[in-house]
Design a protein around this ligand. Structure first.
Ligand code: ADP
Ligand code: MG
Length: 588
């Protein structure tokens, strides 16, 4: 084939692959446009998880007659004229790609009237081709209806998840923007049912209650602080809500961070929030958070990624520190208030909100400390939990430490997190996540030693974009990564192409996998460290319900590991109570 310039349609469809990954991305782009147009009210409708229909209506500025066709051209935007404008960008959009991309992979109808004009326009585009363009009467504002998304890109269509998953993603997008813009009224209707509505009265708290529910909101703490930016001028403002330390989850799905009104997925910022809970909450758990981080526009680069989910700050560290400090001080204020109450005979919370996947202390379990010959009262205050307390309180389970495990019989699962088993020497409580880490780590070590293949080829080559410091780290560790089953190649400009990955990580999002490795990379990273990380990533999570067969299988495999008592990171996998210890608890 000779070299040819790609047609506009093909270019748009390729770009659509970046911008519109799924129905929720269409919702995101259309909602952002509505907000940029100054809408006070945004109404979103979706049918069949957005695949049949997505309709976003707003009462914003509308698009004038002369501009309508431009709006659908690639790289056409009213929000940016020069590269310098990027420094001071205040709108959510600026790339001028979304409408053209969406129109190239759907049947789209735009109905719009500019506030200053008497007549509106209706434009119909099918798969990038303008079908109809006529004048219509319409209220001021814009309605964009997107039908049959991906009808002409079957490959995309195939990758759509179950309808329920797509519906959930759409709800997430709308509720997040509702929180970021409390003065805009949002409604979301899915399959003719109203699933969300915000009042638009400007109160973040109102919206957070709507999104998270009153029960959760009652356990949230307000964050409101401002830190001057050293050297740069201006300040980092952090506002919003974070959960009390004992309300937490084992994933980050309830952490929503906004930078200058834009939802961002930033590992560093998320980490800053989690770090603020250091020694207040159990390690490895993540809080609920809704935080608005505002910085001077010149201080942040939003043009890092097509979906604009990543941002770059002129001084990353200053922002992380400000966020961490803001959350920390909010948490400590509340803690101090709690202590004062306790001293003045205030009845402290006796029933700790037990989360099954938390440490035994938090479960209110009075586990014996046989090594000290006494049985301490459970300490329910979160303040004393140390970093390493996650799996095993000091002394508990120490006395009996067989080199390998006896044959165990699975009794059941608690809280979808721990497996209870019975053996000749009493009861065993197995943490499914740390135990599975040990098993996978051993499997990988064995495979490495025997030279077994443990990498798979991805169905299609994937690329990831990194920030340049991360790219340098990755670059320095390509060899060791390739030794553990990755096949990664530089693809220019901080982008990497990935062909193969360890099979255990097949189902994982690549960017998450790579992000997890970032914490391990050092001057000369040991292969063992990376294998540990693979095991940790691939291991069954807390909260996953296991069948009796699965549990039995897991226990069998654990029995065969050389050091079944700890995870590769040294966390306990098993708490053992002898029959005597149990009897003592009942004082028989
Ligand atoms: P961008 O938002 O990056 O500018 P889009 O492709 O999303 O690119 O939109 C192109 C242009 O169409 C916008 O710059 C804006 O002028 C116009 N536009 C899109 N949606 C709306 C809307 N809901 N209300 C008013 N103008 C809109
Ligand atoms: Mg846009």
């Amino acid at each position: 084939m000779s070299i040819q310039l790609l047609s506009d349609l093909v270019v748009a469809q390729i770009a659509a692959g970046e911008v519109v990954e799924r129905p929720a991305s269409v919702v995101k782009e259309l909602v952002e446009n509505a907000l940029d147009a100054g809408a006070k009210s945004v109404h979103v409708e979706a049918t069949e998880g957005g695949q049949k229909l997505i309709r976003v209506s707003d009462d914003g500025s509308g698009i004038s007659l002369d501009d309508v066709e431009y709006a659908f051209a690639r790289h056409a935007t009213s929000k940016l004229a020069s590269v310098e404008d990027l420094n001071t960008i205040r709108t959510l959009g600026f790339r001028g790609e979304a409408l053209a991309s969406i129109a190239s992979v759907s049947r789209l109808t735009a109905t719009t009237r500019s506030r200053g004009e008497d007549v509106g326009t209706q434009l119909t585009i099918h798969g990038g081709e303008v079908m109809n363009h006529r004048h219509v009467g319409a209220p001021a504002g814009t309605v964009i209806a997107v039908e049959n998304l991906f009808f002409n890109t079957p490959a995309r269509l195939k990758f759509l998840k179950a309808e329920s998953t797509e519906k959930r993603h759409i709800t997430t997008v709308v509720t997040r923007y509702a929180m970021a813009y409390p003065n805009v009224r949002f409604t979301l209707v899915q399959d003719s049912r109203e699933v969300f509505r915000s009042a638009g009265r400007g109160q973040l708290a109102d919206v957070v209650v709507k999104v998270m529910g009153l029960d959760v909101f009652k356990q949230m703490i307000e964050v409101d602080s401002e830190d001057p930016l050293p050297r740069f001028g201006g300040a980092v403002q952090v506002n919003g809500y974070v959960s009390e330390p004992d309300l937490n989850r084992n994933d980050r799905s309830r952490m929503t961070l906004f930078v200058n009104g834009r939802v961002v997925q930033d590992g560093g910022l998320n980490h800053a929030v989690s770090q603020a809970y250091h020694q207040l909450a159990v390690k490895g758990r993540h809080p609920y958070a809704v935080l608005m981080i505002d910085v001077p526009t010149e201080f942040v680069d939003v043009n890092v990624h097509p979906t604009k989910a990543e941002v770059r700050f002129q001084d990353q560290n200053a922002v992380f520190v400000a966020v961490q400090r803001a959350v920390r001080s909010a948490l400590l204020n509340v803690q101090n208030a709690y202590r004062v109450h306790t001293q003045s005979n205030y009845e402290p919370r006796q029933e700790s909100r037990a989360h099954w996947s938390d440490s035994p202390e938090q479960l209110g379990m009075d586990l014996p400390s046989a090594s000290k010959g006494r049985f301490p009262e459970p300490d329910l205050s979160f303040a004393d939990l140390d970093d390493d307390d996650i799996a095993i309180p000091e002394g508990v389970g120490q006395p009996v430490k067989p080199r390998t495990l006896p044959v165990l019989r699975v009794v059941g699962q608690i809280g979808a997190t721990y497996i209870i088993a019975e053996g000749p020497a009493g009861m065993y409580l197995v943490d499914q996540h740390t135990a599975h880490q040990r098993i996978l780590y051993q499997t990988l070590l064995d495979a490495l030693e025997s030279g077994d293949e443990f990498s798979v080829e991805l169905p299609e080559i994937q690329t990831i974009d990194l920030l340049s410091p991360q790219a340098r780290l990755l670059e320095a560790n390509l060899t060791v990564l390739n030794n553990i089953g990755f096949e990664i190649e530089p693809f220019g400009n901080n982008t990497y192409a990935i062909r193969r990955i360890p099979y255990l990580l097949e189902k994982h999002r690549l960017i998450d996998v790579i992000a997890a490795f970032m914490t391990d990379f050092q001057g000369e990273t040991e292969i063992e460290d990376l294998i540990k990380r693979v095991a940790e990533q691939a291991a069954i999570r807390a909260g996953q319900v296991l069948s009796p067969e699965d549990m039995q299988q897991l226990i069998r495999q654990l029995e065969r590991c050389p050091s079944p008592q700890t995870s590769p990171y040294g966390q306990a996998t098993i708490i053992h109570m002898t029959a005597e210890q149990i009897a003592y608890q009942f004082r028989h």
